[in-house]
Design a protein around this ligand. Sequence first.
Ligand SMILES: Nc1nc2c(c(=O)[nH]1)N[C@H]1C(S)=C(S)[C@@H](COP(=O)(O)OP(=O)(O)OC[C@H]3O[C@@H](n4cnc5c(=O)[nH]c(N)nc54)[C@H](O)[C@@H]3O)O[C@H]1N2
Ligand SMILES: Nc1nc2c(c(=O)[nH]1)N[C@H]1C(S)=C(S)[C@@H](COP(=O)(O)OP(=O)(O)OC[C@H]3O[C@@H](n4cnc5c(=O)[nH]c(N)nc54)[C@H](O)[C@@H]3O)O[C@H]1N2
Ligand code: SF4
Ligand SMILES: [Mo]
Length: 765
Amino acid sequence: MSTTQSKPNDGSQTQHAKATRTFELPTLLQRRDGEMTRELLLQPGQHGLGMTPASLLADTTTTATCGYCATGCGLRLHIRDGEAVGLTPETDYPVNLGMACPKGWEALRVLDSDERATAPMIRDTNGDFVKVSWDEAFRRFCEGFKQIQAEHGNESVAFVSTGQIPSEEMTFLGALAKFGMNLLHGDGNTRQCMATAVTAYKESFGFDAPPYTYDDFEQSDCLVFVGSNPCIGHPIMWERVLRNKNNPDIIVLDPRRTETAMAASEHVQLRPKYDLQLLYAITNELIKQGYVDEAFVNAHTKGFEELRNHVANFPIDDVAPQAGVDSVQLRRVVEKIGRGKAVSLWWTMGVNQSYEGTRTAQAMINIALMTGNIGRPGTGANSITGQCNAMGSRLWSNTTNLLGHRSFTNDDHRREVAEILDIDIDRIPNQNSLAYDQILDGIRAGKIRGLWVIATNPAHSWIDQKGARELLDQLDFLVVQDMYDSADTVKHADLVLPAAGWGEKEGTFINSERRYGLLKKVCKAPGEALADFQIFRGIAHYWGVGEMFAEWTDPEAVFRIMQRLSAGRPCDVSGIDGYEQIDACGGIQWPWSSEDNNGFEPEQQRRLFGDGVFFYEDGKARLIVDAITPVPEPPCDDYPFWLLTGRGTVSQWHTQTRTNKSPVLRQLYPNEAYIEINPANAASMNVSNGDPLVIRSRRGKATATAFVTPTVASGQVFMPMHYTETNHLTLSHFDPYSRQPSYKDCAVSIEPASARNPVERENIQ
Ligand SMILES: Nc1nc2c(c(=O)[nH]1)N[C@H]1C(S)=C(S)[C@@H](COP(=O)(O)OP(=O)(O)OC[C@H]3O[C@@H](n4cnc5c(=O)[nH]c(N)nc54)[C@H](O)[C@@H]3O)O[C@H]1N2
Ligand SMILES: Nc1nc2c(c(=O)[nH]1)N[C@H]1C(S)=C(S)[C@@H](COP(=O)(O)OP(=O)(O)OC[C@H]3O[C@@H](n4cnc5c(=O)[nH]c(N)nc54)[C@H](O)[C@@H]3O)O[C@H]1N2
Ligand code: SF4
Ligand SMILES: [Mo]
C-alpha cells in the first residue's frame, strides 16, 4: 500500500498560526489520598484559560477544525484577551478553502446557553437532581459501578461513547473503561452511523480504509452518490463537487428528489431498499458491455468469477421495473460509469443504515475495483463519514476494535498493545464487546445494570426510542456525561457529569478523508464543567488506576501514545512531528509513518491504493456478493406508507442539543416536527401544507406538520431525525454483519389530526 508522493521539506511550508499549547494537569495524580478538591480541579487550564499561551492573549487568530460534521472544515477563531470573540472560515485550509456552513459559523454561539451543564448532579431519593462537588461525583461514579460489578460481575457495566470527542479522549476513555475498570462491553453512536462502512471496507480491503482525498470531488468526471445527500449533510464537500472543472456526470441513487438529486445529471429515483439489486444489475451490465479492467481485476482482486456468476441473475430489464426505475435510464448510467475515465462512487446513510448495507457498500466497492476506478485521482469507492470524529472512533474508541484498529481476539495484537502501554496483557479483554443493540438487550435481560453514556443522546437517536427510554430507566445506575442538562438522556440519569465542548478543549479529530485536524481551547467552559479528558483523569484516579495513566497527562501526550500504537499499522501516524506540525500543514492524513517523514513534508491531498496493493496478506482486494434479503416491514393495508428518515436541513444537527441554542440557526429550520408527503397522497386525505398529521407505526404514534412536496414519491414519507417524534416510529432491525440500525425503512399510517386523533407534541424545540 502506498500513498501519493510527497515532496522534500525545503522549509518553505507556510506557517499557520501556532497551535495553542497543551495545558498542564493539576496535581491530580500526585494526590494519592483520594482527595480531589474543587480548588485542585479548578487549576488554570482546567477551567479558565490560564494555560493559554501568551500569543493567544493578545488580539490574534488561530485555526481549529469544526466540531460538527466529518467534513472537518478549518475555522479561523478570532481571539481577544485570550478568548474567542468570533470566527470566519479559514481560507488557507485544504478542506474548505474559505467556506463554512451555518453550523460552523455559529459554532461559538451554541456554547453560551443557560442549558449548559455547569455542575455535577446526583439524583436524590425524591428523584430530583442535586448539585454536588466533583469529589462527590467521582466517588459516586466509582461506588455505583463498583458495587454493580461486585454483585453481578464486570460484564454487568457497559459504556456507550461517541464520534464527537477528540481521538485522545476516545483513546483515554476506551483504555480506562476496558483496561482500568475491566468493562468488557462498550460501543458508540458510530454503530448508528459508520459500522456498515467499517465492516464493508474490512472485508473488501482487509482494513477499514476509506481511500479518497477531497481533491477527488474535483478530479472525477463521473460521481455516483448512493443514499447520500451532501447538499444538506456535507455542504462543503458538495461545494468541492461544484468546483469540479470537468463538467462531470453526477448520478444520484435516492428514493427522494433531494437537493443533491435535483443538481444531478441522472437522478435514479429507486424504490427504497432496492439498491443492492440495482447495483448488481449495473455490475452485470458493465460486465456484459465489456467495461471490466481485466488487468486490474487479475492483478489486484479475488472473486471475480463468483461476482460475474452472481450478478448474471440480475438482468437490467428485470430489475429496473422492480426497482421502479426506467431501464433506459439505467443503461445510460451504465454507459456513463463504463466510459468514465475517473469515476468515484460515494455513499452515506442511505446505504449504511440498511439491513443489507454491508453488501450494498461492497457492491459499490466491487464496481470501483472491477472498472479499475481506485487509487487514481477522481476515483474510489468512498464512504463519507458523519460526525466530526467518526473516523477517530473507528480507530481509537477501543469498542469494536482494539486500539489502532486491532482485534481483541488476536493474542499478538493484545500483546502489542500491552507492551506499548506497559500494562499486563490480562487487563486487555480477549473477547469482543457486545454491539449497541446487544448491550440494550443485555439491559432488557437484567445482565447489564450499569451504563455510562458519553457524548451521545440515545434517548432521542436510538432506533425505536420508546423501547430505548424504558431500558435506560431499568438500569440500576446510569451516568450521563454531556454538555447540556437539557439533553434527553440526561433526564434518565442517576449521575450527570458536566462536560466542556468543542472550543473549550484540545485534541484531534479525523475527518472523512483520514485527515487529523486540531481543535483548540479558545473559550472557558461554564461553571465547573470539565473537558472529557479531565473527567477521565479524575475517574482513573478515583477508581484507583491513576498509576496506569501516569503518562496520559494531556491530549498531546496521549497523541504520542496513539502514534506508538499506530506504528506499523495501516493507520500509522508515527511520522507526525506533533500538534504544531498538524497545525502548520492544515491537517495531516493517515498514514504518515516515520519512514514517510524521512525528510519529507506530507502533501495536502493523499489517497490510498495507488499501487493496487490492499491490506490482505496476498495484497488483493475481495469482490464480495450475497443473496438479496426481503424487506422486514413492507407497507401494507394498515400501514401503507414507507417512512424514510434522515437529515432535514443544513442548520440542524442530530438531536439538536447544540444547534437549537443558536437563535440564528433556529430561524433557519422548522421548529416543530414535520413530515414530507407527496401532493397526490396529501390531496387524497384532504391535507394541506401545515396541517397536523398523526403518524402511527407498529411501535408508536407521533404528530408532525404536513410538508406537502413532490420531493418524496407517492406512498413514501420523510421525517427528519432531528425531532424526537421520528424514532418513536422506527423499527428496530439491523444489518447482520455490521449490526448498524436500519433507520430508513418501516411502514407507517397517516391520518389528519382530529378529535379522534389528537395532537400529541412531545418535544417542541
Ligand atoms: N446538517 C446536518 N449535517 C449532518 C448531520 C446532521 O445532523 N445535520 N449529521 C452528520 C452525520 S453523523 C451523518 S451520518 C451524515 C449523514 O448524511 P447523509 O447520509 O447524506 O444523510 P441522510 O439524510 O441521513 O441520508 C441520505 C439519504 O439517504 C436516502 N435514503 C433513504 N433510504 C434509502 C434507500 O433505500 N436507498 C438509497 N439509495 N437512499 C436512501 C434519504 O432519502 C436521504 O436523502 O450527515 C452528517 N452531516
Ligand atoms: N431515525 C433516525 N435516527 C438516527 C439517524 C437517522 O438517519 N434516522 N441517524 C443516526 C446517526 S448517523 C447518528 S450519528 C446518531 C447521532 O445521535 P446522537 O449521538 O445521539 O446525537 P447528538 O445530538 O449528536 O448527541 C451528542 C450528544 O453529545 C453532547 N456533546 C457534544 N459535544 C460533547 C463533548 O465534547 N463532550 C460530551 N461529553 N458531550 C458532548 C451533545 O450535547 C449531545 O447530547 O443518530 C442516529 N439516529
Ligand atoms: S460543513 Fe461540516 S465541518 Fe464544515 S462548517 Fe459545516 S458542519 Fe462544520
Ligand atoms: Mo452519523
